[in-house]
Write a protein that binds this ligand. Structure first.
Ligand code: PBG
Length: 338
């Protein structure tokens, strides 16, 4: 950088003096092309609000289809779909997770059929289906890695069969990407991509999500010594995230994800700089709830704060961002431009 002719010849405020100029010098811009909308679906006729997540619903399949159509009209490129499984369908071994007649698979098919141009990203992890709420099978008080990844592979194939475009393993087991890639290819789904939650931290910010899918009670009722910390990344580590991402790409991941997003922007930056694969980031339930609740308490306005949070994540290097605010934001942008 050339420091010659510092103040008063150089005045950085000159490029801030009018909106048209600020627009031209903006380094990153947020648009609907950046957004993925995470949505919950349950096996009930009637949709219901998620108390822990203001503005978020558990949709019936019919309502989900309608929501997908609307989101598509607002320009949203893809949905990330999460199942809310009734206690009667949860079990020790998560057997419901790979059954073709599972309502989650019906929901995937229904959306794909109604809105074929929209991307569908599905969640590969056992936790919605396990009675203990862990992401894998538990043996002798430990979440077993190798037994779990075999099940995840079956789960991913069932989701691909139902119409998933990208499967997203969020379980943090070792070797799961390679096993899933091989299983998808073997079953004839070589075009289905893998969005790997490569750097998923053992975060406190998943609280509202766990309440939404009912794994909070499951986890509480069956406490484990190490629990999620035994497989999700510890929050002190950034270098390890790069290692996770490189391994996932080596095993066949098309995209890597950092989660949560806002508190881990250094990790997003590090992964994006490595150019291993495009980096997506997940603004998780707790991050979103924090903004919503602070806004309703009058601390600030919701949408400018949401946009600022997302812009920071994008500036750090995220190519796309999952946010519970995606649809509302996209609708707002549509109305502003018309
Ligand atoms: C579990 C999963 C979690 C989230 C997405 N998938 C929570 C967990 O690990 O317990 C959290 C997402 C959010 O908080 O919005 N496979």
């Amino acid at each position: 950088m050339n420091n010659e002719g510092a103040f008063p010849a150089v005045r950085l405020r000159r490029l801030r003096r009018a909106a048209w100029l600020r627009r031209l010098v903006a380094e990153v811009k947020l648009s609907v092309d950046d957004l993925i909308w995470p949505v919950f679906v349950h096996d009930k006729e009637v949709s219901e609000p998620v108390a822990a997540l203001p503005g978020v619903m558990r949709w019936s399949i019919a309502d989900l289809v309608q929501q997908a159509k609307e989101a598509c009209e607002f320009g949203i490129a893809a949905l990330a779909l999460f199942p809310v499984v009734g206690v009667e369908d949860k079990s020790e071994d998560a057997a419901m997770a790979w059954r073709d007649d599972n309502f989650y698979h019906r929901a995937i098919s229904a959306v794909k059929q109604a809105v074929p141009e929209m991307g569908i990203i599905t969640d590969v992890a056992l936790d919605p289906y396990t009675s203990h709420g862990q992401d894998g099978v538990v043996r002798d008080g430990v979440v077993e890695n190798d037994a779990t990844i075999a099940l995840l592979a079956k789960m991913a194939v069932a989701q691909a069969k139902a119409g998933a475009d990208l499967v997203a393993p969020s379980d943090m087991m070792d070797g799961r990407v390679g096993v899933i890639r091989a299983a998808l290819d073997h079953a004839g789904y070589s075009q289905v991509g893998i969005l790997a939650y490569s750097a998923k931290y053992a975060s406190a910010f998943y609280g509202p999500f766990r309440a939404a899918v009912g794994s909070d009670n499951a986890l509480k009722n069956t406490p484990m010594k190490d629990g999620k910390q035994g497989y999700q990344m510890q929050m002190a580590n950034g270098e390890e995230a790069l290692r996770e991402a490189l391994l996932d790409v080596q095993e066949g991941a098309d995209l890597v994800m950092v989660k949560p997003a806002g508190m881990y922007q250094d990790v997003i930056y590090r992964l994006a700089s490595s150019q291993a694969a495009p980096v997506f980031a997940y603004q998780v339930s707790g991050e979103y709830a924090m903004l919503r609740q602070a806004a309703s308490a009058g601390a600030f306005e919701f949408f400018p704060a949401l946009e600022e949070a997302l812009l920071g994540i994008k500036r750090a290097g995220a190519r796309a961002i999952l946010t519970y605010g995606a649809k509302e934001l996209a609708e707002r942008w549509c109305n502003q431009s018309s």
